[in-house]
Design a protein. Sequence first.
Length: 375
Amino acid sequence: MLGTVLLLLALAKPACPSPAGVASRRAEALKRLLEVFGMEDPPAPPAHFKQPPQYMVDLFNTVANADGVTKNPDILEGNTVRSFLDRTHSEEMRFLFVLSSVAKNEKILTAELHLFRLWPRVTVEPKRHHFCRISVYQVLEKEHPDTPGGKKLLAARLVSLQTSGWEVFGITQTVRDWTEDESSNQGLLVTVQSLEGRLLDPPPLQFASGRDHHESKKPMLVLFTDDGRRGASLPMGGFPDLKPQAPNLPAKMPVPKPAGSRHKRSLNRLQPCQRHPLSVDFEEIGWSGWIISPRGYNAFHCKGSCPFPLGENMRPTNHATVQSIINALKLSEGVSSPCCVPDKLYSINLLYFDDDENVVLKQYDDMVAGSCGCH
C-alpha cells in the first residue's frame, strides 16, 4: 500500500504545467489515493465552520501523535470511530441520530450514548433529592413514547445531583438493530426519576441539548466499528535478526574477483539502503477542507543499494542473503540484487468530517515506513 501512495503522490504533484494527458493521470492518481483511504469520492467540506466534538479530538490525541501516526495499535477498538450529534435540536430529552453514513460492511463493536449533565437546578425540596435515576429508552412509538408499549428500557443508573459532567450509556444491540432496519430508528428518550421511581417534572438536572449549548457538550452517539479493511502489516518489531549459515557451494564454483579501484569508487557513490523523508501534505492534495487532523504526515520511503555482502545493518532476510549471493556469483541468469524496501510499517489516523458532517476517526494500516531493509 505504501508503494502505491508514493506513486500516486508523484503523479498527483507534477513539477511543471502538465498537458491534458498528465492532468488525466493526476485525476486517476487522486482517485486511487481515495481508494487507499477507503473512499469513492472526497467528502464535501462543511458548509459552515464546525467545531469537532472535544471527545473526538481527545480520542485522536490519545491514539495518535501530531502526525497522525498510531502510538499504540491496541488502544483503538476496531479501526473506525464515528460520532453523531442529535438531529432533533429540541429542549426535550428526545434524541435522534441519523446513521445513514454507516457502511453495510462495518461491524459495530460498541455503541455509546454520551450525555453531558449540566449543574442541577435549585429544586423546591433541595434536601430531599441528593440522587436521581437516569433512564434511557428506545422509542418504539414515535407519536406515543409514554404509553406502556411505546418505549423500551435500554440502560439506567443513579447519579448525584451535586455534580455535572458526562454520562455514557451502552446501547450496542439497539444501534445494531437500527443499522439493519433504518425504519426502527425512532430515536431515544431519557427520563429523570426520584429514588422512589416518581418522574421528576421539571427534572432537577438537564442535559446540554438544543441550540443554546456549546457544540462540544451536545448529546452524541459514538460508534466503535471495524470495516474489515486490514493491511498485511509487517511485524511491529520488523524482521528478526537472522544469521544464515553459509550455503554449501560446489567446490568449483567461481569466486568473485576483488573489485578494482574504479568499481570501488562506483560502489562508494551508491548510498546504502536507508529511510528517507516523504511528506504528504493534505492541503496540496486538496483535502484540507474535510480533514481535521493531521494536516499531513511523513510517510517516509526506502532508497539505496543492497550490495554484496549484505551486513546485519541492512536487516536482510535469509532469502535476501541467498539472493545476494546468487546474484554476485552469477549462478543464475536474471536474478537481480535484493531491493531496499520497508520492513516495518506503521498505521496512521485521520480525523475528518464525512458527507453528513459527522466527525469520524479512522485508522489506516501500512501507511508509514518505520524502517528499511534489503529483501
